[in-house]
Design a protein around this ligand. Sequence first.
Ligand SMILES: C[C@@]1(CC(=O)O)c2cc3[nH]c(cc4nc(cc5[nH]c(cc(n2)[C@H]1CCC(=O)O)[C@@](C)(CC(=O)O)[C@@H]5CCC(=O)O)C(CC(=O)O)=C4CCC(=O)O)c(CCC(=O)O)c3CC(=O)O
Ligand SMILES: NC(=O)C1=CN([C@@H]2O[C@H](COP(=O)(O)OP(=O)(O)OC[C@H]3O[C@@H](n4cnc5c(N)ncnc54)[C@H](O)[C@@H]3O)[C@@H](O)[C@H]2O)C=CC1
Length: 193
Amino acid sequence: MSYQSLPALYPVFLDVSGLPCLVVGGGPVASRKVSGLVGAGAAVRVVSPDAAPELAALAGAGRVTWERRRYAPGDARGHALVFACTGVPEVDAAVAAEARGLGLWVNVAGAPELGNMILPAVHRAGSLTLAISTGGMSPSLARALRDRLAAVLETAVTELTTGMRFALPASEGDRCRPSDGGAWRLPREEEGL
Ligand SMILES: C[C@@]1(CC(=O)O)c2cc3[nH]c(cc4nc(cc5[nH]c(cc(n2)[C@H]1CCC(=O)O)[C@@](C)(CC(=O)O)[C@@H]5CCC(=O)O)C(CC(=O)O)=C4CCC(=O)O)c(CCC(=O)O)c3CC(=O)O
Ligand SMILES: NC(=O)C1=CN([C@@H]2O[C@H](COP(=O)(O)OP(=O)(O)OC[C@H]3O[C@@H](n4cnc5c(N)ncnc54)[C@H](O)[C@@H]3O)[C@@H](O)[C@H]2O)C=CC1
């Protein structure tokens, strides 16, 4: 594991709509990154000799550009975000070096210390987004926590968006705000995470 080399990371939510993004590799991991990017409206270009079924389907539907070949130096130029997902150490390292040399943000799925961004486990519920990172220490823990918290949030958000049956006037600090600007807090049951 390479987590020991990751410094403290700064969390941020990006607007990637229309943003040129490069994904090198076409396996299941690349496919997951591509799905997330496409879901957020990014302009995704994939460079890989082959593609996982879900990724091939996105390419077939014209939702991503797929160049069916190996990575070549120069590919990163013109992109804002770069994802190295080949699992081939020398290829991922070359992609990362090129991207970092160009001052770009780069994620290296199999060797995060080579890049300068990592992805959290994500859950969306309307305009609420839950994103959890363990700083690279345990991706499967991030995923498990996401799943656990997502179940709690589904209940809370449903209550908040359907009449706020359980929402109480704020008394111990604001936890959320309804559209009229008033302050609400969740009941204690919902806080028992
Ligand atoms: C550093 C990071 C870099 C990055 O990819 O950004 C990274 C790296 C690595 N992941 C590895 C393994 C697995 N990762 C997953 C799943 C996910 N991994 C994700 C993120 C991250 N993974 C970033 C840190 C996140 C954090 O800060 O916690 C999630 C949350 C989001 C996403 O991928 O989009 C996504 C949940 C998707 C979802 O369900 O939504 C599973 C499957 C599972 O558990 O379902 C396994 C196999 C089980 C296991 O080993 O745990 C390995 C070892 C590889 C090997 O051994 O070959 C490395 C390399 C290393 O650690 O060196
Ligand atoms: N971040 C995460 O969530 C996880 C990361 N990983 C790591 O992610 C990496 C990729 O995992 P998988 O998708 O399962 O691997 P995979 O082996 O299924 O896919 C690799 C892809 O890269 C392509 N590829 C190989 N050489 C290439 C080159 N020179 N140029 C362009 N494309 C090339 C292959 O054709 C294939 O499409 C591995 O390092 C793995 O350890 C693994 C599990 C989860």
